[in-house]
Every structure is written in structure tokens, then in C-alpha cells.
Design a protein around this ligand. Structure first.
Ligand SMILES: [Zn+2]
Length: 461
């Protein structure tokens, strides 16, 4: 039995791990590298294995850094089965189609620029919409939490609720080869307990080997309650000053969570009932509709709301602006509105238009509620840049900037440690974290052999 590492090794994006057992080759996730031109170039590199040789792909959840290279895998010959939960299947379909569209647009943009400089060869996209559609044809059996699936002789998988985003899972592999057996648990991305909408992460079973994420391996989260209050206060304060609130929003989970908290703010009287809230992101709109289709994933409280006929994501003043013309019409609202738009790190998407309009207005506020990688526009603003460049225009930052840190969909260092202690593995592979976070977390682990694999490294298990 072997395990090898092909992404998210000493970094947070591009998750991709290969398990070989009794003649079967399994991938766990096949995510995109994200975060700046240099990192993203790694997406086009060979996978480190032959895509045609993979029998099954187990997908832990629908985030781009876990599913975003699947269309490339299919383009390069993968014809196996993708096994995942029903909700992840729907979210991954949305995410892959969106990513393909972005790849196509970027390639077209670069081709135009190259031809202006005398180049004659068009730039090829990493993959196309057709590749993403072909990927959807590879979805096979649907995993249900807690029910094991026999994938091949000696290979069985069980998906457990990871409590990270809708449909997210840890994957337990029970492997047998030549009289030896191994239980290997992949954390996928691990959620944080006590959050609304989703259930808490499952208690992990005892296993021999763990492959786990370490995104916040060196940090503790602030509690959620004060963060929600801070959000309501930031909105109320901006309205008093006569401006708008811009929230750069990740389309999956964060957007729905914010709608949930804003609805609570309206119901508790912290926010005016008529507050216009624009969800200005076609992808977040679709994701919200997918959430509404999967109440089986909700925690008891949110499930109860749903059964009582109340949609946890609908506010009286909520408007979905899917069309570009509707998005542009938001410009006519200069005060008293909340505008949620992607992308969360402000690297693209409609939020850049809203930032161009509001970043220079002292009456408005920009509220950051998510992770912002180094080098991104969001990070520059959070770090206090006096001016930033958007669409080639230099804009002086006059808006009030709020950074609210309690909304993470990831477990913090203590939660990761508690999860690891329950799994009691003899061997631990740390992935999906910056090297500092990983080193710090490794220092806290006891009674286990810790590995921090490098890209392409192979281990016997
Ligand atoms: Zn994730």
C-alpha cells in the first residue's frame, strides 16, 4: 500500500493525494492551485501520475482548491468514477463550470493582448466548459454520511460529515492487501464546531494513518457571537454615516452564512427590516439555491426553521442580481444598502466594480469576513494600503475598513488537535497549510510519527 502527494503539500491549495492498494488507484481530491500567477502556473504541470490509470476519485467537498483540477484530469484521460455526496456533486458542478468559464475568458484576454504585440498563436485555456461538462459525466455513486461503499476488492470508503461546507466530508479508507489492513482517514477540510446551518464535524474513528489539513494549525479563532455583533454594528454605523456596506464574499458557505446572520440581525431589530441586501454574484445565487435544496445537511436548529416553512437565507430586502445590467443598476443606490459580491479575495468578479465606486467614499464601509491570501487586493486593503489600483485606476482608500475574523469555516488549532487525538493515528501526514502553521501544529502532536510531505513524495503505509 502506498500514498503519494500531488498538491497542497506545504501549501494551502491544490489538494490531490493518491492511494494505491491491491491494484486499485484512488485519488482523494484534485484541486486547483490558487493565489497569484506564479502559483497558478503549477496547474498546467503534469500531475505526477497518469490520469488514465486512476480508477476512482473521492471528492471531499466542492471548494475550488479541492475540485478545480478535475476538468484537467478528465481532459488528460481520466475515465474513472467520481464518488462524493449529493450536495458536493451539485456544488462541484457549479464550481467547475465557473472555473472553466474563467479559464476561457482569461485565455481569450491573453490571446488578444499577445496579438496586439505581434503574437500569432492563441493562448489555450487550462480547460474548457466542455471539459467541465465531461467531468460531470464521471459522477457515479452518491456517498451518504456514515454508509460505507465497496470501491474494489480490499478497498472500502466511508464519508463522514466534516462540517466545513455543505456536503463536505472526511473520507475513511479501509484497505486490505496481502493479508495486511490499514485504516486511513483524510480530513478534507475540517469545519469548526458550534456554527449555524451545518452540523458539527463528526467525531473521527480510531485509525492507523491520518492525512489532515493544517490551514489554521497555528491560530485560534475568535468566538462567533462577538463577530456577528461586530458585523451588525459595522452595518448600522455605515448606514448612520450615509454610505453602503460592501462585503467581498466567497460564493460557497460564506455568502449563505452572512445571509443567515443578516436575517437574524433584521429579526432581532439590529438592522432595519427594509435593508436592501444585494447578492451580486451569479455563483453565490446558484450556491444559495443549492443550499435550499439540501436541508438534509443542516443542523437541528436550521432544519427546524426550514420545516417551519422559513427559509434561513431569505431576508425581506434580499435581491438576487444575476444579470450584468441588474448589477450595474446597484450603482444608483448610494446609501443604506449591503452589497455582497465575489470574489472573496477581490482578485476578480463584480466586487471590483463596487470597490472602484466605494473605496474612495468615506461614508461607505468595506467589511472583510474571510481569508485573504498574500498578494491579493483584499490583503492589500486589509493591510492598510493608502491607495490601490483597480482596472488601471489608482484609488485612494477613504472608506472605513472592517476585518471580522470569527467567521472561518475551518477548525482552529485546538479543534484540529482534538480531532487528531480522537483519531489516534500511529502516523500523521500534514497537508493543506502554510509551512509555519504546519510546523507549529506538528510541534503539538504526540505519540504519532509526523510527516510533512513534499510534492511528488511517495510513502509505504
Ligand atoms: Zn474547503
Amino acid at each position: 500500500m502506498k500514498i503519494s502527494f500531488h498538491g497542497a503539500d506545504r501549501g494551502v491549495t491544490g489538494s490531490c493525494h493518491l492511494v494505491e492498494c491491491a491494484g486499485t488507484r484512488l485519488l482523494v481530491d484534485c484541486g486547483l492551485y490558487q493565489g497569484g500567477r506564479e502559483i497558478e502556473q503549477e496547474n498546467a504541470e503534469p500531475f505526477g501520475f497518469d490520469p488514465k490509470s486512476i480508477d476512482v476519485l473521492l471528492l471531499t467537498h466542492g471548494h475550488l482548491d479541492h475540485c478545480g483540477r478535475i476538468p484537467l484530469l478528465v481532459r488528460r484521460g481520466f475515465r474513472g468514477e467520481i464518488v462524493t455526496t449529493s450536495a458536493t456533486r451539485e456544488l462541484a458542478r457549479l464550481v467547475m463550470l465557473d472555473a472553466a468559464h474563467i479559464q476561457e475568458e482569461e485565455a481569450a484576454h491573453r490571446s488578444r493582448r499577445a496579438s496586439r504585440h505581434g503574437g500569432s498563436h492563441p493562448v489555450e485555456p487550462l480547460y474548457t466548459t466542455l471539459d467541465a461538462l465531461d467531468s460531470c459525466d464521471r459522477f457515479g455513486r452518491r456517498a451518504e454520511y456514515g454508509a460505507s461503499i465497496d470501491l474494489a476488492t480490499g478497498v472500502r470508503a466511508t464519508f463522514l460529515d466534516a462540517g466545513h461546507i455543505l456536503g463536505s466530508a472526511n473520507v475513511l479508507l479501509e484497505l486490505q492487501e496481502a493479508g495486511r489492513s490499514r485504516r486511513v482517514l483524510f480530513s478534507g477540510d475540517l469545519g469548526s464546531a458550534g456554527r449555524p446551518i451545518l452540523r458539527d464535524p463528526s467525531v473521527p474513528p480510531a485509525v492507523d494513518v491520518v492525512v489532515m489539513e493544517t490551514t489554521y494549525g497555528d491560530r485560534l479563532h475568535r468566538p462567533l457571537g462577538p463577530s456577528v455583533e461586530e458585523l451588525h454594528e459595522a452595518v448600522a454605523d455605515t448606514f448612520r454615516r450615509g454610505g453602503n456596506v460592501i462585503i467581498p464574499t466567497f460564493a460557497l458557505e460564506r455568502a449563505q452564512e452572512l445571509l443567515f446572520f443578516l436575517r437574524e440581525g433584521v429579526e432581532s431589530g439590529h438592522l432595519p427590516k427594509s435593508t436592501p441586501v444585494f447578492l451580486d454574484s451569479p455563483m453565490a445565487i446558484s450556491a444559495t439555491q443549492i443550499f435550499e435544496r439540501h436541508p438534509e445537511c443542516y443542523d437541528a436548529e436550521t432544519g427546524e426553521l426550514f420545516r417551519a416553512g422559513q427559509d434561513p437565507f431569505r431576508l425581506p430586502g434580499l435581491r438576487f442580481t444575476r444579470q450584468a445590467a441588474e448589477s450595474m443598476a446597484i450603482n444608483q443606490v448610494s446609501a443604506g444598502a449591503i452589497i455582497m459580491a465575489g470574489s472573496g479575495m477581490c482578485t476578480g468578479g463584480r466586487v471590483r466594480h463596487h470597490l472602484r465606486r466605494h473605496l474612495g467614499r468615506s461614508k461607505s464601509s468595506i467589511v472583510f469576513v474571510g481569508y485573504a491570501a498574500r498578494g491579493t487586493l483584499a490583503r492589500k486593503i486589509i493591510d492598510g494600503a493608502h491607495s490601490v489600483s483597480i482596472f488601471g485606476e489608482e484609488i485612494t482608500v477613504r472608506a472605513r475598513i472592517h476585518t471580522i475574523n470569527g467567521f472561518s469555516a475551518h477548525a482552529d488549532a485546538d479543534e484540529l488537535l482534538a480531532w487528531h487525538e480522537r483519531a489516534r493515528p500511529a502516523r500523521t501526514f500534514l497537508v493543506h497549510g502554510d509551512p509555519e502553521a504546519m510546523d507549529h501544529f506538528a510541534g503539538r502532536l504526540k505519540d504519532t510519527r509526523v510527516e510533512r510531505p513534499e510534492l511528488g513524495q511517495v510513502f509505504e503505509i
